[in-house]
Design a protein around this ligand. Sequence first.
Ligand code: NZQ
Ligand code: ZN
Length: 384
Amino acid sequence: MYNFEYKNPVKIFFGKNTISKITAEIPENTRILLTYGGGSIMKNGVYDKVKKALKDFDVIDFGGIEVNPHYETCIKAVEVVKSENIDFLLSVGGGSVLDATKFIAAAVYHKTGDPWDILAKGAPVENAIPIGAVLTLPATGSEMNGNSVISRVSTTEKLAFSSLKVMPQFSVLDPECVFSLPEKQVANGVVDAFVHVMEQYLTFPVNAPLQDRMAESILLTLIEEGPKVLADRKDYDAAANFMWSATVALNGWISPGVPQDWATHGIGHELTAFHGIDHARTLAIVLPGVMNIKRESKKEKILQYAERIWGISTGTENERIDAAIQKTADFFESLGLPTTLTAYQIQAESVNRIVARFEQRGFKLGEKSDIDYTVVESILNDRL
Ligand code: NZQ
Ligand code: ZN
């Protein structure tokens, strides 16, 4: 196992009727900017519950944060924060709202140059406004990590940054929020969480059996509980298990001391940037390609995954790897997520455009930093 440092200061309130807990978490006389998305929180009652809990605070609403949140919108929020002397940000929504809120929190303190540099040039996050979150969509793990992914419309870029300074002070996870989710968002959430685990698990062995088994338990739970949530959105227990699985898939519990991949996400972000495909849907396309093209360097872990997750234990190594890739793709398809580029009418010209971007950037992806633009091309061609 590798050396590691680990810190996670996020306080979690999990369960029914926990939104009211936020009142005691925010200091008195705080001016709050309540950030939200396209209005789902107005329809499912979450907004009213939040407003009730905040009745003794000064609250300014900032709605309209997009799915795959836009840099341009975040900058508007930064202006509001400054002009209204806001000292706390409360994100009420899914990963997009929370990621935007994290970027807003950091951008306010970015004094020299363009805040986009935090994403594009790795400019350090000097400071950030404190954040709280009421999470309404299990998927990203953003509620318990320091990551944020922002899209810039003007340049068709989608980039990420990470900082301990933007981790929420608290996150409320009320599984009843799942009840109002459309089928597509549930399926997306299951696949996003599943692939988060795979990015931290499907690499190469470093003798870390605890991390492996924790990762496998999350995968198995998602395979069991995901379809239950899809079948009955009001199944509270299934919703709760799904919600917590998505959080622990990317809160740093399974990554300490082990190699990580993230090539599927890196390539997937380009599919969202150029084609607007939902984040999880890009992952469902790319992951089977990464498994296929990197089958040799990931061999030991794919075989372990095949056996422990899908019970595949007979056949040659290549046959077992093929079967594991097929099972993975079948699982995504069973949830309603297509696994090919062709399903989205994406053709070779688009692959070339994405490959050119990786060639221009020059860096390599994957746990061994061996996925250059030529390998990206093979992975995408595998999905045509
Ligand atoms: O905008 P509203 O009206 O709120 O509707 C949203 C949106 O249309 C809706 N929704 C959310 N909660 C709902 C609901 N509808 C009904 N009932 C509810 N309870 O769902 C739609 C999708 O919301 P969004 O926040 O975009 O989804 P998600 O949570 O999947 O977030 C996706 C974003 O997170 C990034 C992705 O790249 C993408 O931009 N990611 C963030 C990560 C992180 N911070 O660690 C890691 C991930 O890998 C991912 O990259
Ligand atoms: Zn993801």
